[in-house]
Write a protein that binds this ligand. Structure first.
Ligand SMILES: [Zn+2]
Length: 456
């Protein structure tokens, strides 16, 4: 019996080049690379064979949309399309109107296969191109796509694919927001086993992104605009091989919007409902001092009994500012006072910290500037009086820093939208952002339902 090697060699001359490379490869790597090329050609040959058979089958001709006459075959015409394996070519019947109505031409096989008239690439390549674009600059994504599939594209093609898919993502979001405003609840996302009693952590932060100052032109000075990002995650426990317990975030979901707090608020609530905020055993809100984000807490999460936590490191930073204004930043007294206050705040003495600050601002001998800084510090901590029980939080196993929101900003925004020389248009940014959100929230396949290459 002949080997597959020999069979392929004689089957189609396209196999011969990669086959001889495979046979002569001096290393395992080169062997695999040659086999990869061979398998792609094998897929192309298989696809082209199936298409050739389908093209021969009897065709039902549609009627001319202009005059209503039944269309007629004008014989076989060539067609090619870029796929995951490279470019495939086939011939199929093309028909026209017998009366010669202009611009009316159909290829029934293409319609059956779901290929549009001007489509040059199949959907799984578009899906892959969009996934790459979610993580890297369009130009780099083009190179990667060429490496992976052999399909050559220009960056603007990827940009327009992302535009279309991102637009669908935005429309879906708007439909969901409208539904929620009309009293419908989004479908709850199932929780992985063991997470149903895990606390739901929610945090939010802002990050600046560079935009073009005017639509349609890259000219002019960069305009920085804030993107608001929120994260929702379950705080689960992990036990390592030594039996040591540590906490870890699970089922991380992100929400982001280029807009105001009023734009963030309903989006975050939508995702929170999806993450079962109403039935969670414990909900925790973590944020630094930004008043806008705290208003989101008051609007949405206070009513579900969320535990609010003011970021400890932000609070400590403000204590240091106060110490420096009062005792001159470099002195030993300043360092000592700050260390003590920070320690008291962290270890259950928050009331004492407040009392001490209250007494301090009543001191008559304070210089004006120090008085102002210390008054601000007192007002800030007093406003967050119920959010600074750090000792209690720690005892309950909760985090006391809002680092999860900061790292969400870095992860979601910094990595893709703040590359060297990048400046965004509002629509271009929004579409890519929504697609990136779909990806990180594990909903990307919704936008390319038939094109998922690996089952989740
Ligand atoms: Zn016609």
């Amino acid at each position: 019996m002949k080997s597959l090697n020999e069979l392929l060699w004689n089957y189609d001359s396209r196999f011969q080049e990669p086959l001889s490379r495979l046979r002569d490869a001096p290393s395992m790597t080169l062997m695999v690379v040659a086999a990869w090329a061979l398998v792609r050609i094998l897929a192309i040959v298989l696809l082209e064979e199936v298409l050739a058979v389908r093209a021969q089958q009897k065709q039902e001709w549609p009627v001319c949309p202009v005059c209503g006459q039944k269309m007629q075959s004008k014989g076989f015409r060539k067609r090619e399309v870029g796929t995951l394996f490279g470019v495939i070519r086939w011939s199929r019947r093309v028909g026209r109107c017998p009366r010669g109505c202009k611009g009316v031409q159909v290829a029934p096989l293409d319609i059956d296969l779901g290929i549009l008239a001007y489509q040059q690439t199949t959907t799984e390549v578009q899906s892959l191109g969009c996934q790459l674009s979610v993580f890297m600059a369009y130009e780099t994504a083009c190179h990667m796509l060429k490496q992976l599939t052999g399909v050559t594209l220009v960056p603007s093609t990827l940009w327009s694919w992302v535009g279309q898919a991102g637009q669908r993502a935005m429309e879906q979001m708007n439909t969901e927001l409208q539904g929620m405003a009309a009293g419908e609840s989004p479908k709850a996302e199932p929780l992985a086993t063991g997470l149903d009693r895990a606390p739901l952590l929610i945090g939010a932060d802002g990050v600046m992104v560079p935009f073009r100052p005017e639509a349609g032109t890259p000219k002019g000075k960069t305009r920085w605009r804030e993107v608001k990002v929120a994260i929702l995650a379950r705080l689960g426990e992990r036990v390592n091989r030594k039996g040591e317990r540590s906490t870890r975030l699970y089922q991380r979901r992100l929400v982001a919007v280029l807009g105001s707090i009023d734009d963030l608020s309903p989006r975050l609530w939508l995702e929170a409902v999806r993450q079962q905020v109403r039935s969670a055993v414990r909900v925790v809100w973590l944020s630094d001092g930004g008043t806008g984000f705290w208003s989101v807490f008051q609007r949405n999460f206070q009513a579900v009994g969320a535990t609010p936590i003011l970021d400890f490191y932000h609070a400590a930073q403000n204590l240091h500012k106060g110490a420096a204004a009062w005792l001159d930043g470099r002195t030993r007294a300043c360092q000592q006072w700050f260390t003590k206050m920070r320690h008291d705040l962290r270890h259950g003495q928050e009331q004492q910290v407040l009392t001490e600050l209250a007494d301090l601002v009543k001191t008559k001998s304070l210089p004006k500037s120090a008085l102002k800084t210390l008054t601000n510090l007192y007002n800030y901590l007093k406003a967050h009086e119920d959010h600074i029980h750090y000792d209690q939080f720690k005892t309950s196993g909760l985090p006391i820093g809002s680092g999860l929101a900061e790292s969400a900003c870095k992860w979601l925004i910094q990595q893709r939208f703040k590359g060297v020389g990048m400046r965004w248009s509002e629509p271009g940014f929004n579409r890519l952002l929504h697609l990136r959100l779909a990806w990180v929230n594990q909903r990307f396949d919704n936008f390319f339902p038939d094109a998922a290459l690996s089952p989740n």
